[in-house]
Design a protein around this ligand. Structure first.
Ligand code: NDP
Length: 312
């Protein structure tokens, strides 16, 4: 089967650059939207040029110019969007409505992967303010996709390893302490951690796969379904030392929102749902979903054990 041509929007982002790499590695003709607004951001220009050197096509286009998006979309079969959706960086999920308008007009897209790559927003109707904004906005995008009958795949990637494992699942930390850790309650709620390059590889595998058409792909690497306490134990084994452990209760976590910035509050609520409620693991994948590691056993994913070694 011929491989689809892919357009990546948000290809300069944290996840986006990995999607570009994975798409090229899988042999897809890969286009990366390059927006004129980046101006003199030298790092981004260098990154885009490095994509070009690796064989990607750079396409100029912007959300402010509908026709530029239509022109870019017409060049490919599949669009993957990875625009930002983390408030501590920036949050532009609803910009995708403009991309959806362009996909509708172009009329040629066989698959669209919107910027999701986290907790399944369809399961988060009960989420607390203000963190729910991420899920609400992603659901607005889903509704627009489905109303326009655009073929889709939603990738639920669970926890990015860099954010969650790096900080031993503590918000505001991305390097693991060798001294101490604060556990959520008893620290026994299970979450799921996925290395970011692996997320990109699973996402790219899904784009030409009929089994993932109009489905949610959950990435659940079996060895990476662990509690915070288990993550800490792996770290302790690597450094040969036990950390001092204290604990924060649900009420204390929620009370700690006061006085924090909006972006920090959004993040804390996400940690609350993942680490106290267990929102990533408290359900079975149902009718509308498939599991990535079962679909693509050939991908040798990074285990938490391997991932934590990088910090030693
Ligand atoms: P980034 O913050 O790294 O940004 C991604 C891209 O967004 C960049 O390429 C940037 O383009 C683009 N962008 C930002 N603002 C604009 C704009 N105004 N117009 C056009 N493009 C814009 O994103 P992440 O990689 O952190 O997030 C991608 C997805 O992953 C999101 O859906 C997010 O919610 C999810 N995520 C999930 C996590 C998890 O643990 N499950 C953790 C982090 C993210 P440019 O370079 O041109 O500015």
């Amino acid at each position: 089967m011929e491989k689809s041509r892919v357009l990546i929007v948000g290809g300069t982002g944290y996840l986006g650059k990995r999607l570009v790499k994975a798409s090229l590695a899988e042999g897809h003709e890969t286009y990366v939207l390059h927006r004129p607004e980046i101006g003199v951001d030298i790092e981004k220009v260098q990154l885009l040029l490095s994509f070009k050197e690796q064989g990607a096509h750079l396409i100029s286009g912007t959300f402010n110019d509908h026709q530029s998006l239509v022109n870019a979309v017409k060049l490919v079969d599949v669009v993957i969007c990875a625009v930002s959706g983390v408030h501590i960086r920036s949050h532009h999920i609803l910009l995708q409505l403009k991309l959806i308008d362009a996909i509708k007009e172009a009329g040629n897209i066989k698959r669209f992967l919107p910027s999701e790559f986290g907790t399944d927003p369809a399961r988060m109707a009960h989420a607390l303010e203000p963190g729910r904004v991420t899920f609400d906005d992603k659901m607005v995008v889903r509704k627009a996709i489905e109303e326009a009958n655009i073929p889709f795949t939603y990738v639920s990637a669970n926890c990015f390893a860099g954010y969650f494992l790096g900080g031993l699942c503590q918000p505001g930390l991305i390097l693991p302490s060798k001294e101490s850790v604060v556990l959520y309650g008893d620290g026994n709620t299970k979450a799921i951690y996925v290395e970011e390059d692996d997320i990109a590889r699973y996402a790219i595998k899904s784009i030409d796969d009929p089994r993932t058409l109009n489905k949610t792909v959950y990435i659940r690497p079996p060895k990476n379904i662990l509690s915070q306490r288990e993550v800490v134990q792996i770290w302790e084994k690597h450094i040969g030392k036990e950390l001092n452990k204290s604990s924060i209760s649900e009420q204390q976590l929620l009370a700690s929102l006061e006085g924090q910035s909006y972006a920090e509050q959004v993040g804390l609520i996400h940690y609350y749902h993942v680490c106290f409620e267990g929102c990533l693991t408290n359900f079975e994948i149902g009718e509308g979903g498939v599991e990535a590691c079962q679909l693509y056993p050939e991908i040798n994913y990074t285990t938490v054990e391997q991932y934590m070694k990088r910090y030693v």
